[in-house]
Design a protein around this ligand. Structure first.
Ligand SMILES: [Zn+2]
Length: 251
């Protein structure tokens, strides 16, 4: 009870990225924001849909904002919002696809009020990289692999999940069906699938290095498809349903 009282009516001042927006009441808007200091929070912006609202243009998807507000029982009532970086205009269709998948997967993998160390800087770094790179799919996969690792769904891929043996580039490595675990040849079961050479090392590399480093790795289309198919399986297994953006993303 004491904690609950402390949580309520607390003044918040932080920065964040808008992941989701929903219309509420006649003129209000509810936005989900991944913040630097308080994890993922739901906020209400009163009157945000009125033409002369002070929130106008500042609560669109992927806006990087500075915000102040008051934490109520479930929602933060926004007081002031300032733009750090607006959602960039003129993005390609490919960049849009990546953005929507980033937003949906981040929203689904992080619970309300959950603060995951490193998740916010990762999203900021990824959005910045998206403006510069043409390797959109590699960026998305690197983001998902890092986020799954930070949220604890994906164990380190430099050793076997069962016997702890360190992986070497020359050893065959298997992935457990519908699972995020990699196992060695001694621990595999007949249902486990052999990964093509280079894939486990690529995944392990993406788990450890900054986004800019991940994007330096050259990859063949076949490798990227294999990683994407595996990621879709892993996400579907965790979320128990496919991402909405999935069909949209890969035709
Ligand atoms: Zn093993």
């Amino acid at each position: 009870m004491r904690l609950e009282t402390q949580k309520m009516n607390r003044h918040l001042s932080t920065e964040g990225i808008v992941l989701r927006k929903t219309d509420f009441n006649e003129a209000d808007r509810i936005v989900t924001v991944l913040t630097r200091d308080h994890g993922k929070i739901d906020c209400i912006a009163k009157g945000a849909r009125r033409i002369k609202s002070k929130f106008c243009g500042r609560l669109e998807l992927f806006c990087h904002i500075k915000l102040t507000g008051f934490q109520g029982r479930d929602l933060v009532t926004l007081d002031e919002v300032n733009l750090i970086t607006p959602f960039p205009q003129g993005q390609s269709l490919e960049q849009h696809r990546v953005l929507f998948t980033l937003a949906e997967s981040t929203h689904k993998l992080i619970h309300a009020h959950q603060h995951i160390d490193g998740a916010y800087p990762l999203l900021v770094e990824t959005l910045e990289a998206l403006r510069e790179t043409t390797k959109h799919d590699a960026l998305l996969y690197a983001y998902l692999i890092r986020l799954l690792t930070l949220t604890g769904f994906l164990p380190s891929w430099n050793h076997c999940a069962l016997c702890d043996a360190t992986f070497h580039a020359s050893l065959p490595i298997f992935v457990r069906l519908g699972d995020a675990h990699a196992v060695c040849g001694n621990c595999k079961t007949p249902a486990d699938r052999l990964l093509n050479a280079g894939i486990p090392q690529w995944i392990s590399h993406m788990q450890r290095v900054p986004m800019a480093e991940s994007l330096k790795v050259a990859s063949a289309e076949g490798q990227r498809n294999e990683v994407w198919n595996w990621l879709k399986e892993v996400l579907q297994n965790i979320l128990t349903y496919p991402l909405k953006t999935e069909e949209f993303l890969v035709g």
